[in-house]
Design a binder for this molecule. Structure first.
Ligand code: FMN
Length: 197
């Protein structure tokens, strides 16, 4: 009995250590990547940011889809990972789209640091996106709270999932394709609804 309990404890400790190592690895700031859309003279400008997940690129696909939806409405867009945002920190954007991955029920650290530290976010239009496997409500709330702390104007905040169906009525379709299509349509609606001074 003693051996059995000892084995269970050792198993739990190994699991906890492995999960901590995995968490630290996925939370490391990812590589710099930036993609600017072709220039629309006098068009409004949006910065769309995320910190890449090392396993899968739903974050990049969703951010590029948001950029495509805006671009189809005459916007200039820059998709950048957090590591690349220093390249554009002196530019002014009409809209900031902040896309976080969820790790352990919280938005990823690099994206939250971006929200806390990026210069001059106060009063800016912001759209929040929270991605995850399927349990994202706490992460979404924490991301929205961090954005509110910077006194931004939160236009909208939505969640897309890798595993949990993004649309219960279309479970036969690829969940990732659904997330991408829904994001593109949503970005178009944001562009149409946004009244810029
Ligand atoms: C250590 C770790 C913890 C995670 N915790 C959560 C979580 O709490 N909730 C959730 O929905 N997904 C969780 N995930 C899944 C990631 O959020 C998911 O892979 C990612 O956000 C999906 O988009 P991506 O392709 O951009 O990674 C976790 C993944 C890892 C590796």
């Amino acid at each position: 009995m003693k051996t059995f309990i000892r084995r269970i404890i050792i198993g739990l400790v190994v699991l906890a250590v492995a999960w901590t190592v995995l968490t630290l690895w996925v939370e490391r700031e990812g590589p710099a990547y930036r993609h600017d859309s072709s220039d629309v003279p006098n068009g409004p400008r949006a910065l769309i940011i995320y910190d890449p997940d090392p396993f899968y690129n739903l974050d990049q696909q969703v951010c590029e889809a948001f950029a495509a939806g805006l671009a189809s409405n005459g916007w200039n867009t820059t998709v950048a990972t957090v590591a690349a945002t220093h390249e554009v920190k002196d530019s002014i954007f009409n809209l900031y789209v902040i896309c976080a991955n969820t790790y352990n029920f919280a938005p990823d650290w690099a994206t939250v640091d971006f929200v806390k530290e990026y210069p001059s976010l106060e009063g800016k239009n912001v759209v929040a996106i929270t991605l995850g496997a399927g349990t994202t409500s706490r992460a979404k709330r924490l991301l929205e709270e961090a954005i509110a702390q910077r006194q931004c104007k939160l236009i909208d905040s939505r969640t897309f999932w890798l595993w949990r169906p993004n649309d219960e009525a279309l479970i036969q379709e690829s969940n990732v394709t659904l997330a991408v299509n829904m994001t593109r349509k949503w970005a178009s609606e944001v562009a149409e609804g946004l009244k810029l001074e």
